[in-house]
Design a protein around this ligand. Sequence first.
Ligand code: AMP
Length: 371
Amino acid sequence: MAASKPLAPGATIGILGGGQLGRMLALAAAQFGYRTHIFCPEAANPASLVATEATFADYTDEKALAAFAAAVDVVTYEFENVPAATALFLEKHKVVRPSWRALEIAQDRAKEKTFFAEIGVATPPWRAVNTEAELRAAVADIGCPAVLKTARLGYDGKGQAKIKSPDDIAAAWASIGGAKAKTHIDGGAFAVLEGFVDFACEVSVIVARGVDGAVQAFDPTENVHTNHILDTSTVPARIKPGTLLKAITATGLAATRLDLVGLLAVEYFVTRAGDIMANEMAPRPHNSGHWTMDACQTDQFQQMVRAVCGLPLVDPARFANVTMKNLIGDDVNDLAADMANANSHVHLYGKAEARAGRKMGHINRLSWPKT
Ligand code: AMP
């Protein structure tokens, strides 16, 4: 279904997913006068605390989805593990931005890597694997060390196992649930084996693409992960101008080739030679883009609202250096110094319980002069 005119203030954005990304998206939507309607299974969630409406139902509940579609003016999503079939179902009733196709590719590591190859963007060497015998052959091909990852539903290091030598193969296969491995109903691979990249650093780029095809990129950010979870994002990234440009160009190309309307985040490994290899992508706001909330003329959530509602995108120029620090678990109990500092911008997600590994909020620490 196509919508041509920009949505007028007062219109409702339907958001699949109720996490912190949905919460910050709902806050940005409110700034432009839009209403928001969250659809997610969990009644206790950060997003519906600040949204206008909420439906708590399963993503496969077609009756609830149809009622949701009827109640909103456009549909988007805040995490990419919404079943692609859900987005496809909703597309029959309402405009969905980004489209289900972007979602389908981004939620499958094998499809994602195939897509990057099609558009000429390098990835680590990889093989699709469906059996332990295929894993053995892939390890022989790619060499060690390597990383085994389930093709779908992995995040923050879950569903991953490092293979340092062929002796690790059986345990790695078992640890990702290989005993029950089968290809997906659509023929997609169960897992991928990737060569382990001895990277100089990790960066990500977020672009917004509007209904008119215009693309605006935020500055690349340098990301540090601890225990597979993003710890800090720092801008500017300490990479050469040529590498910056390659990452921005590749991300814009990916958004355009997906014909995506909304946001696309792509994470890259930067090799010691300054080349980029795409690791994964997400067609939604991204944790590594939270720094934009306080260091840019417009942030990723505002830009996403603009794209999804058919408004013009604007130049998101950065006006400060910034480090975004995620508040994981107990970190949230140690805010006194940042709360007392005007250049520290604290964002909390309204989650009641600070469990280990849980993202409770983030802090954007700004500094000048801008470089
Ligand atoms: P992912 O879930 O694929 O984003 O992986 C989480 C993190 O694990 C990445 O951000 C890297 O720090 C590390 N990692 C994943 N895949 C590789 C790889 N092929 N080579 C080196 N490090 C990796």
